[in-house]
Write a protein that binds this ligand. Structure first.
Ligand code: GAL
Length: 955
């Protein structure tokens, strides 16, 4: 028996040795398989060879070792005893000295002893399959070395039949956190070593399938599909639903229903060879680049996608099937139709789900060398021939593993790896091996190797130019369609501006949609912090909460960003002409008609539904529109604000959502809102210790409101322009001139001073004049509060006049006050969730209820959140507040300053005051934590403004 005595392989640029050629990933119907997942013996050492490899020998006693669960990452197990996660965006957490890695290289020895099940066949071979190990592994079975490999998120198989015994097999795996492979895996995510995907022993009977390639195309002109299954082992292919029974390698053409993400028709089939039967799930579809467009089955598609990293707050990238299914169901329920598997091939079961439920997939290779950007891409492995075999190995392992999934329409070479010959070699190999799919890569704007012009975070104006074909570029690029493989950076509150992007995508044919960055916040569940992010484990280099930028929170609760996206990408557009009682319905899908949907109208008076019914809408074909007459509006004497709501619901249960699930909706006014007004009939009465006006009492010296009708006001309303900057307000560090979070602080908007000018108790009003301004600056806001009453109600009119040269927009403009007690909240306005000027598409006008705690949006890093838009009135803490005009409403149990200072949600504790903000304006949100800031139309400019609130008690 001979063991390698050195650990040279760790820093070897080659992909490894000993593994079998890559092949399709499948589960056999009849060949036995044994899962080796579970508890393994585990020993951690600080360097690659601190311990010798005698542990791989039979008879070794690992009784004193710890245990870890496989699949899993050791740094997320053992309560910190096995090291901790590290988060960096693009910086390598080790010196850039390719292919060398630090001597301190956490190395986990894993040991598992297993018996073969009694019915394990004695004949045939066996392979051991590893679906994912980060980042480099060397392995032995029963003391015999099998080889070593890199390529963390790719499958590796080893022939082991000759080594197996009925009982007491010893499988030893040595895993190194860092290797030459780490240079190719610099994705923006946690560095998490371990055997994090399944380990399986597969029996390989004589005459078993080996590798096979399902070619199933669809001819939209004839309605026929052509099937050919190429297989290493000869056999027959049967598809009972299509009466197909052909030899492998033989083509057959029959009438079929095609597969699309909207209509994911799969035909069950079987590939039977002498030794094995393999279940097939065949989707017929043809992907092509035609007329400068990405077409499937002859039609251009519009991607409404998201970038999905694999993430679980406790298990890291070790996802179980139910978690994967939860992702797919959430995507389908929120109208998404596409996923980019950023930035590596996912667990193969995820692709099965995409086939089954219907999602277009860009399958991305496990490749990113972003850290080389720090040295102007010098020594970039993708432009260094020594690394090309490793790159080709990764491309092959992705394509061969995943080639039988109809959902995969694009192969992506990787992410942020610059440009170079290695990438070209990958693209050439992929194009040759699978000409039936397209190739994607964002990093080369000249599109030398790709079939699509892809960009990330391009601003709206540039996207529009690209749509208009006015962006120039190489000849090759000009002929290509465009997608944004990343946009709408969903970090913290936001992303804003999605509706504006969608409008462009729908307007210009060349723009074929995009993929939001990203699906889930990678928060790590943490006993004290709730969810940890970069820096929380004491990393010497880290990128903070840049790792929490998803449409769902770490526990997969949808964030407002996902709710907004769902509305923006609705497959049906519903717009109405309330005055004439007409609704216009447009089918925005690419393939399906509207027969799966039922429509419902309802009519609201002051947000309360007074009548509803079903609406007959024709089963419009994709792209078609129809105008449908609404019923006569119900007679209602109340004379309140009237509106129509029309919803599109699932007509029947589907595999991804039940009947009545709301897919799309539209709302339109049927009459104007009566504004709250009353004559200022009461006059202020001044005494030495108070001024009274109607139900209210004021401090005579300051003019500050003390109470309304017995409801004490702990902190009187006064002008407030500050919000706890969002990640998007703060912006990314490379965006220097438009980072308003920073500019606002520089100006001092977080420390405004209020100078009282006068308190005037006049005939019909109490007028309080002030000037609100930051120390050290000459700019200010001349602010007048005018209080009037009809004896019962109290009206506050705030007039704001900016003084000086305001060069920045305001974060918010409104009043803030404190109530000693408030819990339940009811309002008529936008809801149920938060909204800001450029994130308000999904805000539905109605009557909503919540609690103060329920109004908070749990962003992992606390920041401005929870505003409700278009509020007509709100009731809380014994008060009713009506707006003229509508306003933004926020309430929380801590101050803006406390919110701003908090790093984690656990830093926020309820005080004895509920702080209420009533805002006339909010600055837009944008997506500047990586992309563009708010568009100009969402700026809250410092300009003269006047707005009113009417207070009364609810008691
Ligand atoms: C992109 C990158 C992603 C992620 C994102 C910002 O540049 O491809 O992996 O880092 O920016 O969150």
């Amino acid at each position: 028996m001979s063991f390698r005595t050195t650990a040279d392989y760790v820093e070897d640029v080659s992909p490894g040795s000993g593994a079998l050629p890559a092949r399709a990933w499948y589960a056999s119907s009849d060949a036995k398989a044994l899962s080796l997942n579970g508890s393994w013996r585990f020993r951690l050492s600080a360097t690659v060879d601190a311990e010798d490899d005698s542990f791989a020998e039979e008879g070794y006693d690992a009784g004193g070792w710890a245990e870890v669960t496989v699949p899993g990452h050791w740094v997320l197990q053992g309560d910190g005893a096995f090291g901790s996660p590290i988060y960096t965006n693009h910086l390598y957490p080790f010196p850039v000295d390719p292919p060398h890695v630090p001597t301190e290289n956490p190395t986990g020895d894993h040991l598992r002893v297993f018996d073969l099940p009694a019915d394990w066949p004695a004949d045939g071979g066996a392979v051991l399959r590893f679906d994912g190990v980060e980042s480099c592994a060397r392995l032995w079975l029963n003391g015999t070395e099998l080889g070593e490999f890199k390529g963390s998120r790719l499958a590796h198989e080893f022939a082991v039949g000759h080594l197996l015994k009925p009982g007491g097999n010893v499988l030893a795996v040595r895993v190194h956190q860092w290797s030459a492979g780490s240079y190719l895996e610099d994705q923006d995510q946690w560095w998490l070593p371990g055997i994090f995907r399944d380990v399986t022993l597969l029996h390989r009977p004589a005459g078993s399938v080996g590798d096979f390639f399902v070619h199933a195309s669809y001819d939209h002109t004839t309605g026929e599909g052509t099937l050919r299954v190429d297989s290493d082992a000869e056999g027959r292919v049967t598809v009972p639903g299509l009466d197909i029974d052909v030899a492998t390698g033989e083509s057959v053409t029959v009438a079929v229903e095609p597969w699309t993400a909207e209509t994911p028709k799969l035909y069950d089939g079987v590939l039977a060879t002498e030794g094995e039967r393999v279940p097939l799930r065949i989707g017929f579809r043809t992907v092509a680049l035609e007329d400068g467009l990405i077409k499937v089955n002859g039609k251009a598609v519009l991607f409404k996608g998201v970038n999905r990293h694999e993430w679980h707050p406790e298990k890291g990238r070790a996802l179980d099937l139910e978690t994967m299914r939860e992702d797919v169901l959430l995507m389908k329920r929120h109208n998404l139709n596409a996923v980019r598997t950023s930035h590596y091939p996912p667990h193969p079961a995820f692709l099965d789900l995409c086939d089954e439920y219907g999602l277009w997939v860009i399958d991305e290779c496990d490749l990113e060398t972003h850290g080389f950007t720090e040295q102007d891409w010098r020594d970039n492995p993708v432009d260094d021939d020594r690394w090309t075999p490793a790159l080709l190995d990764r491309a092959e392992r992705m394509v061969e593993r995943d080639k039988n999934h109809p959902s995969v329409v694009f192969w992506s070479l990787g992410n942020e790896a610059g440009t170079g010959r290695g990438l070209t070699a990958m693209a050439e190999w992929i194009h040759g091996r699978d000409p039936e799919r397209l190739v994607h890569y964002e990093g080369d704007w000249n599109c030398r190797d790709t079939d699509v012009y892809s960009r990330m975070y391009a601003f709206h104006d540039e996207v529009e130019k690209i749509g208009q074909q006015l962006d120039g570029g190489t000849r090759g690029r000009r002929a290509l369609p465009f997608i944004q493989c990343e946009y709408g950076h969903a970090m913290g509150n936001g992303p804003g501006g999605l509706a504006d992007y969608q409008e462009l995508f729908e307007k210009y044919e060349r723009l074929q949609g995009g993929f939001i960055w990203e699906w889930i916040d990678h928060g790590v569940k943490h006993a004290e912090l709730g969810y940890a992010y970069g820096g929380d484990f004491g990393e010497e280099l880290h990128d903070g909460n840049f790792v929490c930028d998803g449409l769902v929170f770490p526990d997969r609760t949808p964030s407002p960003g996902l709710i907004e996206y769902k509305k923006v990408i609705e497959p049906v557009h519903i717009e109405g002409d309330g005055a004439n009682g007409i609704v216009r319905i447009t089918n925005k899908q690419d393939f399906a008609d509207l027969s799966a949907l039922a429509f419902e109208w309802s009519c609201q008076v002051d947000g309360e539904t007074v009548e509803s019914g079903s609406l007959a809408v024709p089963a419009l074909a994709p792209g078609e529109s129809a105008e449908v007459k609404l019923p006569e509006p119900p007679v209602d004497g109340r004379g309140g604000e009237r509106q129509w709501t029309v919803r599109a619901l699932l007509a029947d249960d589907t595999v991804w959502a039940p009947k009545d699930h709301v897919v799309a909706w539209g709302q339109f006014a049927a009459g104007a809102r009566p504004l709250p007004s009353f004559p200022a009939s009461d006059r202020p009465a001044a005494a030495t210790d108070r001024i009274t006006l109607g139900p209210a009492e004021f401090d005579p010296r300051t003019g500050a409101l003390r109470s309304i009708g017995g409801v004490a006001v702990g902190a009187a309303p006064r002008l407030d322009v500050w919000r706890a900057p969002t990640d998007n307000d703060d912006g990314a560090e490379w965006q220097t001139d438009t980072r308003y979070g920073m500019l606002w602080r520089t100006l001092g908007l977080h420390r405004m001073r209020h100078r009282l000018v006068s308190v005037e108790a006049g005939d019909d009003a109490l007028t309080v004049r002030t000037r609100v301004a930051p120390a050290a600056r000459e700019v200010g806001l001349d602010t007048v509060y005018r209080w009037t009453s009809d004896g019962e109600r109290l009206r506050l009119t705030v007039s704001v006049t900016p003084e000086g040269d305001w060069t920045v927009p305001l974060p918010r403009l409104g009043v803030r006050f404190g109530l000693p007690e408030a819990d339940r909240v009811e309002w008529f306005g936008g809801g149920p969730g938060e909204a800001y000027p450029d994130t308000s598409t999904a805000s539905m006008v109605g009557r909503w209820q919540s609690t103060v705690d329920g109004l908070q949006t749990p962003y992992v890093r606390p920041q401005e959140n929870g505003a409700r838009a278009d509020v007509r009135w709100v009731e809380l803490g014994g008060l009713r507040i009506e707006g003229d005009p509508e306003f933004w409403f926020t309430a929380r149990r801590w101050t803006t300053e406390q919110l701003e200072a908090a790093r984690h949600r656990t830093d926020l504790t309820a005080g004895d005051t509920v702080w209420v903000n009533l805002d006339h304006g909010q600055h837009g949100i944008g997506s500047q934590s990586c992309g563009p800031g708010p568009l100009p139309q969402y700026f809250l400019k410092a300009e003269p403004a006047e707005f009113s609130f009417v207070f009364s008690t609810t008691g």
